[in-house]
Design a binder for this molecule. Structure first.
Ligand code: EPS
Length: 367
């Protein structure tokens, strides 16, 4: 089953992912990965950093002639900004410039960022040692892993899309830019809500038999691991808590042409942690970016005196990028459940297992 590690600091040399557990025989379209990486960099409200970076993936293992071998796949994305940071972020002592390190030292933690808790936890008095890995830059390489997962899902007719529903309080798409401009002028930042939709999932991914097999739980864990995501809802989500059961559950119908079907999808495609064949619908709430130009009250960790939180170049709003990262994370979790159900060391074997299952449920359940 797909598992992966990522490594890399925001202003380090590069980002890396090692993916293990994908079947052999999957076509890898590097251009498709790069298109998605580019899309993740866009979106109104991103920082000047995005003008420096031009994210492109290099694959150095696990793929031969564009096709997976079933061996670990290594992805590398270069940080173009590295040239400006080598003497601050360099691996060896010899390349570091003490004066530059001092200049970029972070000692006034930003409320809402990992700075203070992370500094205490790892016993680091230069909070740069925390922010570099806490940075959402890591999501670039996770997005690349997600595209590979999407390519596998595509082989089974499953696709994933997303949509930004809200920026700050604004729900009118036409006013999103204006809201972001306003926040920028005020030295502030904005969060929002995005929705992810999985089209055409087969019935039976995930399971209720054990807590860690529930697909809804795994989706929530994956999505909550995206920096700044503070809330998740599946289907009708929080609204369902206010309604009686008669208005929340999707009644079941049957016809010989459609099989079992629903007229509503309040459950968001998941019942008992298992896909029920309806589209999966997940919404995520993203908090505003914690790096604010106007600065929030904080404490200088050296003097312990009051101070304004450190500010460095940052995004005003990253909800559009987060939606794409959300797609990637959902693709990864879906791929894992697909592999759990259909197994297979090669794509051909996995497809055969999938076909057998479809044949079996058609025969036994008349669908
Ligand atoms: C980020 C701060 C900014 C963002 C960054 C996430 O980076 P910098 O400090 O270099 O200006 O641009 O996002 C990315 C680099 C990216 O690729 O998405 C943070 O603190 O989380």
């Amino acid at each position: 089953m797909l598992r992966f590690l990522t490594a890399g600091e925001s202003h380090g040399k590069s980002l890396v992912a090692i993916i293990e557990g994908l079947p052999a025989g999957l076509n890898i379209d590097v251009e498709e990965i790069n298109r998605e990486l580019k899309k993740r960099q866009l979106g109104y409200g991103r920082s000047k950093r995005m003008e420096i970076e031009e994210d492109k993936v290099e694959i150095i293992s696990g793929v031969r002639g564009g096709i997976t071998l079933g061996t670990p796949i290594t992805l590398i994305i270069e940080n173009k900004d590295w040239v400006n940071w080598e003497s601050i972020m360099g691996v060896t002592k010899e390349v570091l410039s003490l004066s530059l390190c001092k200049e970029r030292e972070l000692i006034c933690p930003r409320p809402g960022h990992a700075d203070l808790a992370g500094g205490i936890k790892y016993n680091q008095t230069d909070l740069r040692n925390v922010l570099e890995r806490a940075s959402a830059r890591e999501t670039a390489v996770r997005t690349a892993v997600g595209v590979i997962a999407k390519l596998l899902l595509k082989e089974f007719g499953i696709s994933i899309t997303s949509q930004v529903l809200q920026i700050g309080k604004e729900r009118d798409e036409k006013k999103f830019k204006q809201e972001i401009d306003k926040a920028k002028k005020e030295g502030d930042s904005l969060g929002g809500i995005f929705e992810i939709r999985v089209n055409n999932p087969p019935i039976g991914l995930g399971s209720f038999v054990h807590w860690d097999k529930r697909l809804d739980g795994n989706l929530a864990r994956g999505l909550m691991s995206i920096p700044a995501i503070k809330g998740i809802e599946i289907g009708i989500g929080f609204k369902g808590a206010n309604l009686p059961g008669s208005q929340v559950h999707d009644e079941i119908f049957y016809s010989s042409s459609q099989g079992f079907y629903r007229k509503t999808n309040w459950a968001g495609g998941l019942e008992g942690g298992v896909t029920n064949g309806e589209p999966i619908i997940v919404r995520c709430a993203m908090k505003p970016i914690p790096t604010l130009k106007r600065g929030l009250r904080s404490i200088n960790i050296k003097t312990k005196g009051p101070s304004i939180a450190s500010y460095e170049r940052s995004d005003i709003c990253a909800v559009f990028s987060a939606a794409l990262i959300g797609e990637a994370v959902v693709a990864i979790e879906l791929t894992r459940s697909l592999q759990e159900k259909f197994g297979g060391d090669s794509l051909e074997e996995m497809k055969q297992n999938y076909k057998n299952y479809q044949k079996m449920i058609k025969l036994k359940w008349n669908i």
